[in-house]
Design a protein around this ligand. Structure first.
Ligand code: MG
Length: 275
């Protein structure tokens, strides 16, 4: 808490001595306070790096000034499909149709990969399930957000559509159902706000598993939940070593799910300061 009287005292000291005090300005912190446990900083340390100042999005769900915008409603230039044959190892342009402000899964074309690679991130995605409604269970409005191309948060039309719990929308597919199911009807836009901590490796050994925190339509459905491994079907997931950063993927599960307003922020660390 700032103490105006302290600022006044400092000003008075300057007036009396005619020199700036050598102690830090108490408005900006203290050096005579205890050390924080397991940190290199005093409580209210004036030398502690200040965080980067960023500009928030103009409206809820809009990207902040430091976000990497992957789809702003216009084109899919930040995305591509895995090339085959002579184009193996490259990303090729997608034919997924872009309409006014959104795009749609072109069924049978395979997953869409971001051209940028990411590790620890905050991700915002908006999606809507197809209308008219077709199919049942895992065949209705199925897609998915595959972080690092591996770790799926399920996208599914679960509006009046029974399926297995760990395969519903918001599930860490095949591992953990969402804490609660927060669906909107097909055709309405839904939001995922995801915080993903990538797994870390020491050589070939898993040093830290992945963790998922997910808000679905503004409601927390995973709270830093440990992930067992990459998404698999009818099996128990397990980790195998991979790169620290990999592309995001959107799943083509043969249903014309729509997406819009996709942006991502790389998570920094404490005390890194402004760049
Ligand atoms: Mg899926």
């Amino acid at each position: 808490m700032l103490r105006p009287a302290t600022a006044f005292t400092a000003l008075l000291a300057f007036a009396v001595t005619g020199t700036a005090q050598t102690n830090p300005n108490p408005d900006l912190g203290f050096k005579d306070t205890p050390m924080l446990p397991n940190q290199k900083w005093h409580v209210h340390d004036p030398d502690r790096p200040h965080p980067a100042v960023i500009k928030p999005g103009a409206t809820p769900g809009a990207p902040s000034s430091d976000a990497v915008v992957l789809f702003d409603g216009k084109d899919l230039s930040k995305w591509g499909h895995a090339g085959r044959g002579g184009e193996s190892g490259k990303l090729i342009d997608t034919k997924w149709p872009v309409h006014d402000g959104y795009f749609e899964v072109a069924t049978g074309s395979g997953p869409l990969f971001s051209r940028d690679k990411f590790g620890d991130i905050q991700l915002h995605v908006e999606w809507s399930a197809p209308t008219p409604v077709r199919g049942n269970s895992q065949g209705r409005g199925n897609s998915g957000i595959l972080i690092m191309g591996l770790y799926e948060i399920q996208v599914l039309d679960v509006w009046n559509n029974p399926t297995y719990a760990d395969g519903g929308a918001g599930a860490i597919y095949g591992q953990w159902p969402p804490l609660v199911s927060v669906p909107k009807p097909p055709g309405e836009w839904q939001t995922y706000d995801i915080v993903f901590e990538a797994p870390k490796w020491e050589g070939d050994k898993l040093a830290k598993p992945a963790f998922q925190t997910v808000f679905w339509n503004g409601v927390v459905v995973h709270n830093r939940k440990e992930v067992m491994g990459p998404m698999v079907y009818r099996q128990v997931a397990h980790y195998t070593p991979h790169e620290a950063e990999l592309p995001l993927a959107l799943q083509d599960h043969n249903n014309p799910v729509r997406y819009r307003n996709i942006w991502v922020r790389r998570l920094g660390t404490y005390d890194q300061g402004a760049k």
